[in-house]
Design a binder for this molecule. Structure first.
Ligand SMILES: Nc1nc2c(ncn2[C@@H]2O[C@H](COP(=O)(O)OP(=O)(O)OP(=O)(O)O)[C@@H](O)[C@H]2O)c(=O)[nH]1
Ligand SMILES: [Mg+2]
Length: 200
C-alpha cells in the first residue's frame, strides 16, 4: 500500500466548476456510470473506509467532490452518469458540468473511467473516450467489481476491452479492480503516481 494516498482528506464539493478549488497543481478525476463503484474505488485506493460517500442507491455523488492528498495534488469524485431516476433537465445540467470540467480544467492530468466489469463500455463511457481524445487526456479504464466474475470470464472481459481500445495506443490503459477483494490497487497507484508526477 502506497502510504501517500492514505493522507487524502476531503477538500471541497462543488456543484459548478466555478466552485471548484483553484485550478493549480495536478488532479485525477474518477468518472463512470452511476453505481459503478467510483467512490468505493477512491476509498480503497486511499485505504479509508469512509472518505468518499458510497451507497447502494445509485446517484449518491451529485457534485464534483475534491480530495486533497497533499497541496496541489487531488483526486476528484465525479457525479455518476446514466442514472435513470433523475429528470432529463438534471441529466443535461450534469452533462454540461462534466463537459465543461473535462474541457476547461487545466490541472486535470488523467481520467479514471470506472466501469462494472460485467457491463463495460456503455454509451457514456464511449463518450468519455471521445472527449478525452479531443484533449489527448490519458485514460485508465478500470474494470471494477472483478470479484463478481470468475477468473476466466474476468480475464476474457479484460482482453475484450483491451482489444476494443487498442487503437488508442498508450494513452488508454485498462486494468481489473475490486474494492471488495482489494485487487488492482498497486497497478492503479502506479498510474496515479505518474499522472500526479510522483514517478521520480
Ligand atoms: N462486489 C463489489 N461491490 C462493489 C465494489 N465496488 C463498489 N461496490 C458496491 O457498489 C455499490 C455502488 O458503489 P459506489 O462506490 O457508491 O458507486 P459510485 O460509482 O460512486 O455511485 P454514484 O455515486 O451513485 O455514481 C455499493 O453498494 C458498493 O458497495 C466491488 O469492487 N465489488
Ligand atoms: Mg459515488
Amino acid at each position: 500500500m502506497n502510504p501517500r494516498y492514505r493522507r487524502a482528506t476531503f477538500l471541497r464539493a462543488a456543484a459548478r466548476l466555478d466552485q471548484a478549488p483553484a485550478d493549480e497543481g495536478r488532479e485525477v478525476a474518477f468518472a463512470g456510470r452511476s453505481n459503478a463503484g467510483k467512490s468505493s474505488a477512491i476509498n480503497t485506493l486511499c485505504d479509508q473506509g469512509r472518505l468518499a460517500r458510497t451507497s447502494k442507491r445509485p446517484g449518491r455523488t451529485q457534485q464534483l467532490v475534491f480530495f486533497e492528498i497533499e497541496e496541489g495534488r487531488r483526486l476528484v469524485d465525479l457525479p455518476g452518469y446514466g442514472y435513470a431516476k433523475v429528470s432529463t433537465a438534471v441529466k443535461l445540467q450534469w452533462q454540461g458540468v462534466m463537459a465543461e470540467y473535462l474541457r476547461r480544467r487545466q490541472s486535470l492530468a488523467g481520467l479514471v473511467v470506472v466501469m462494472d466489469i460485467r457491463h463495460p463500455l456503455t454509451d457514456f463511457d464511449l463518450q468519455m473516450l471521445d472527449w478525452s481524445r479531443e484533449t489527448s487526456l490519458p485514460l485508465l479504464l478500470l474494470l471494477t467489481k472483478s470479484d463478481k466474475l470468475n477468473r476466466g470470464p474476468g480475464l476474457a472481459q479484460l482482453n475484450r476491452v483491451r482489444r476494443a481500445v487498442a487503437m488508442e495506443g498508450d494513452r488508454v490503459r485498462v486494468e481489473r479492480f475490486s474494492s471488495l477483494e482489494r485487487e488492482g490497487i498497486e497497478a492503479v497507484h502506479e498510474v496515479l503516481d505518474q499522472w500526479l508526477a510522483w514517478e521520480c
